[in-house]
Ligand binder design. Structure first.
Ligand SMILES: Cc1ncc(COP(=O)(O)O)c(C=O)c1O
Length: 402
């Protein structure tokens, strides 16, 4: 039986999701450039450039710095399985689905992993982690700087102090925060930091940038057992990404081209400018949704992750119906909640290329229309008006400070 399959023609969506984000046209052009071999001398130069850009974005000089051929979950897996051996004690700070994933992966590597939790919408208190580890030989502390399932930001500094008390490695998931939220891997003493290509870096999904401190390298060297994953053994993966450039596996070459271009865009903009852009656009979004009478899951402003805003679904409004209307009528995709937050929150992403003033204003106008269609009462133009006012105030303050 033959069935005709037409040419691929995806819809042009505005992806205001917690990832992936929409992609700059320059990144698409890089993705469509001719393929070269992964052992081609020219490509080896391209790998050097990719690593230089990664080090700038992570703010590190770490030798082991590379894009893993994997999504963000591969970054979690690689970090955990290279550090932990059976019997090793570790603590994972869990405040949502993705930090829970790190805990789950860690429990597969060792039976002595402690979970320290916080209610959804709050960061885990580093003091609680400190208490949980008292008297134990903690080898690793893991957390998510940006917990995408709830839109919570965790400050790293308190964790470094706790890790120092135990002599533990600090492992930080920055899948939803790298290139959007202040981060200095070396200065803040993060031992293993990983991310995802598809969020604030705004490249297609499929790569997980990772960087490893000399202290973590030393821990790898002292392992008694082999890393149980051949693919994610970072020491052997560095045979390819290190100076020898020896074959390890065939990487997704076109994705590396796209990642390189996306990172060039990050560096051209400047990290500080990019962090500020994410902060300002989220503040305008928040001003807008609050002016429409909507509430946020994360109550404390300092705990809000600039890339993902969790908005409570108001009573009487159907979560799925509203998201479908946004998609069908406006080509805008946002996400719902996971697990116990299913049907209770919307997660609005403003990441990388998507974190733009025009997108914030379009989204607020579209949200107002969808809410009104479900009978929710909102003052005409209230959200857009509040966001515009917020932008004007920020811009006036910038002019006054010059
Ligand atoms: C904080 C965080 N960690 C890990 C992941 C897993 O990444 P991926 O879905 O690319 O495997 C995600 C994905 O949303 C995330 O937001």
């Amino acid at each position: 039986m033959t069935q005709h399959i037409g040419e691929l023609n995806p819809p042009a969506r505005l992806m205001l999701t917690p990832g992936p984000s929409s992609v700059d046209p320059r990144v698409y052009r890089a993705l469509a450039t001719p393929l070269v071999g992964h052992m081609d001398p020219w490509f080896k130069g391209c790998m050097d450039e990719t690593q230089i850009l990664l080090r700038q974005i992570f703010q590190t000089e770490n030798r082991i710095t590379m894009p893993l051929s994997a999504s963000g979950s591969g970054g979690i897996e690689a970090s955990v399985v290279n550090v932990l051996e059976e019997g090793d004690e570790a603590i994972i700070a869990v405040n949502g689905v993705f930090s829970e994933r790190m805990y789950e992966i860690a429990t597969r590597a060792s039976s002595k992993v402690i979970k320290v939790g916080a209610p959804y919408g709050k960061p885990v208190d580093a003091e609680d982690v400190c208490r949980a580890g008292k008297g134990k030989k903690i080898k690793m502390i893991g957390l998510a700087q940006g917990e995408t399932s709830t839109g919570v930001l965790t400050r790293i500094d308190g964790y470094r102090k706790v890790a120092d008390e135990f002599g533990a490695l600090l492992v930080v998931d920055t899948v939803a925060s790298l290139a959007a939220v202040p981060l200095h891997v070396d200065r803040e003493g993060v031992d293993i930091c990983f991310s995802g290509s598809q969020k604030a870096i705004s490249a297609p999904p499929g790569m997980s940038p990772i960087t490893v401190s000399p202290a973590a390298e030393e821990v790898f060297r002292k392992r008694k057992t082999k890393v149980q994953s051949w693919y994610f053994d970072l020491t052997t993966a560095m045979n390819y990404w290190g100076k020898d450039r020896l074959y390890h596996h065939t990487p997704p070459i076109s994705l590396i081209f796209a990642l390189r271009e996306a990172m060039r865009l990050v560096v051209e903009e400047g990290l500080e400018n990019r962090w500020e852009r994410h902060r300002v656009n989220q503040l305008a979004l928040i001003a807008g949704v609050e002016a429409m009478g909507l509430k946020l899951l994360v109550e404390k402003p300092a705990d809000r992750l600039p890339t993902v805003t969790a908005v409570m679904v108001p009573g009487g409004v159907d979560d799925v119906k509203l998201r479908n209307q946004l998609l069908d009528e406006f080509d805008i995709e946002i996400a719902g909640g996971f697990g116990s937050l299913k049907g209770k929150i919307w997660r609005v992403g403003l990441m990388g290329y998507c974190s733009q003033k025009a997108n914030v204003l379009l989204f607020l106008a579209a949200l107002e229309k969808c809410l009104i269609d479900q009978g929710y009462r909102v003052g005409s133009g209230a959200g857009v008006g509040a966001a515009v006012k917020n932008y004007s105030q920020v811009e006036a303050a910038v002019v006054a400070s010059r």
